[in-house]
Design a protein around this ligand. Structure first.
Ligand code: UTP
Length: 220
């Protein structure tokens, strides 16, 4: 059975309150595809992580400590996602990915759940990762600031990394993907499919490797 690695943005789980309707639709999708695929779902921290980290940062906590708070938030979201999916397991141990149908959050300080999803794919030898978020993909400029921003449907690792340097904040285009995640994808030639997770039909197309709306990040 084929392994499918999904990085599920925390903003899909909790955009400001738990999105029960999304979680139902997402779990129905996973259940409907379970005969064909084994899922490894890495869940982000979203609002929960940001709010707690921001406040603790003001208190003067170290970045390492803030990352630990972030990991806790990702795990809380992951435990919630697990509760929607039949026969899925929550785990904090990378070794559990080999048995499939696992939902996890972050692992160690110093990176994000996007990077974790790339490491999971590396370890399993999976050649693509679905990055589900609340925007339609990666834009050439921040669409919130530039109405003329264009959705990039196809981009190489190198060109995307160059976009990071062009962006003055250094945080990358829309911060959809972080630098480390792209570097890990590049070294192992893992295709990243960035999609809006709320469009379930499109989600399924991305999983099945069919044409999808979003951004495909890949080698030359
Ligand atoms: P996220 O993966 O949600 O980070 O983890 P993010 O990409 O910054 O969030 P979004 O996608 O914009 O919503 C939240 C935080 O948890 C810590 C980091 O501080 C991260 O910013 N974290 C997460 C780790 O330190 N290690 C991990 O493995 C995962």
């Amino acid at each position: 059975m084929e392994d499918v690695v999904i990085s599920l943005g925390g903003s899909l789980v909790n955009p400001g309150g738990i999105d029960d309707s999304f979680l139902h639709r997402f779990s129905e999708m996973v259940n409907s595809l379970k005969e064909r695929y084994r899922f490894i779902i890495v869940v982000g921290g979203g609002r929960l992580a940001r709010d707690y980290i921001e406040m603790a940062r003001k208190r003067g906590e170290s970045e390492y400590f803030l990352d630990m708070i972030g990991i806790m938030a990702t795990r809380m979201n992951a435990m919630l996602v697990k509760s929607y999916i039949k026969n899925a397991r929550f785990s904090t141990d990378m070794r559990d990915i080999f048995s499939g149908n696992v939902v996890m959050g972050g692992t160690e300080p110093g990176h994000t759940t996007d990077a974790v999803s790339m490491l999971v794919a590396e370890l399993l030898g999976v050649k693509s990762v679905i990055n589900a978020t609340t925007v339609d993909g990666i834009y050439d400029r921040d669409p919130k600031l530039n109405p003329g921003a264009r959705l990039i449907d196809d981009i190489s690792y190198g060109d995307l990394l160059s976009l990071f340097y062009l962006n003055s904040s250094g945080a990358g285009p829309n911060q959809v993907l972080d630098f480390l995640s792209i570097k890990i994808a590049e070294r192992s030639r893992i295709e990243i499919r960035v999609i809006n997770g709320r469009d379930i039909d499109n989600f399924i197309s991305a999983i099945e490797g069919k044409h999808f709306r979003g951004t495909r990040v890949h080698g030359q």
